[in-house]
Design a protein around this ligand. Structure first.
Ligand code: FAD
Length: 223
């Protein structure tokens, strides 16, 4: 199986880094192919603009989706976008790995989504959800939080359910593109559960990765 992870954490020795490294170790050890885009290490530019394209469709006015559609037809996305777009078509399993920051992904990851998931290439008119261009693949979120689980949802809780905060990624990206949504992995309060708690999370993550990669993908759309 081909696995593509987009990883967003500025510190290599973070717990997110440990989850990324564990995924590499387990998946390559099981014979899978694993590609990772390490957004901070690559100094990924999250700002959309004309630099997304090697050629210009309309020099007079910048319409982002018009430029994306033209670049999709001409194959003129900037190299870092083209590489990750290819990885999205290449993969069977797509993983977003990040810490919850302000109830969402770090800005660098939102920028990757804006720039990489381009109109005319990753989605298009008539190609969303069940007719999505990445149909046949599976996508999942792996997230760490600062707050404990009981703070997210439930009648007395301070926050809404994590379902709400992850909906833009799970429903708005993964399913929108046509992928099946796998269960998310959550390391609640990753910084506060102690070494034993974190070891347990890494063991759970291992089990979840082995389970999700043991399922054969079917009905895979081609690029
Ligand atoms: P780290 O702090 O990097 O690591 C946690 C611990 O794990 C450290 O002690 C580290 O040494 C240890 N560790 C590293 N590797 C291993 C290993 N292999 N085995 C065992 N232990 C290891 N939280 C919320 O709940 N909601 C929010 O909206 C929110 N907003 C935030 C906004 C910002 C800008 C920031 C900076 C934080 C926010 N937080 C929020 C908290 C944030 O989600 C957590 O701090 C984060 O998820 C913890 O993950 P980490 O990878 O950064 O952990």
């Amino acid at each position: 199986m081909n696995v593509f992870m987009v990883y967003a954490h500025p510190e290599p020795t973070s717990f997110n880094g440990a989850l990324k490294d564990r995924a590499f170790e387990i998946l390559t050890g099981a014979g899978h192919n694993f590609e990772v885009t390490d957004l901070y290490a690559e100094d990924f530019n999250p700002r959309a603009g004309r630099h997304d394209f090697q050629e210009t469709a309309d020099p007079a006015r910048f319409d982002y989706q018009v430029e994306q559609k033209q670049a999709a037809e001409d194959g003129t996305f900037s190299p870092e976008l083209a590489r990750d777009q290819e990885r999205l078509f290449w993969c069977d399993l797509f993983i977003l790995q990040f810490p919850l920051w302000w109830f969402g992904p770090p800005a660098i990851l939102k920028g990757w989504i804006d720039r990489t998931l381009a109109f005319g290439h990753l989605y298009d008119h008539g190609h969303r959800y069940t007719t999505g261009l990445l149909k046949g693949r599976t996508g999942m979120v792996s997230v760490t939080t600062g707050g404990p689980e009981e703070r997210f949802g439930g009648a007395e809780s301070l926050y809404d359910s994590l379902d709400i905060y992850l909906k833009p990624l799970e429903f708005g990206c993964i399913q929108y593109l046509g992928m099946d949504l796998a269960d998310r992995f959550v390391a609640w309060s990753a910084g506060r559960v102690g070494d034993d708690g974190r070891k347990a999370y890494l063991d759970q993550w291992t089990d979840q990765l082995l389970a999700v990669t043991s399922v054969e993908s079917t009905d895979r759309a081609v690029a």
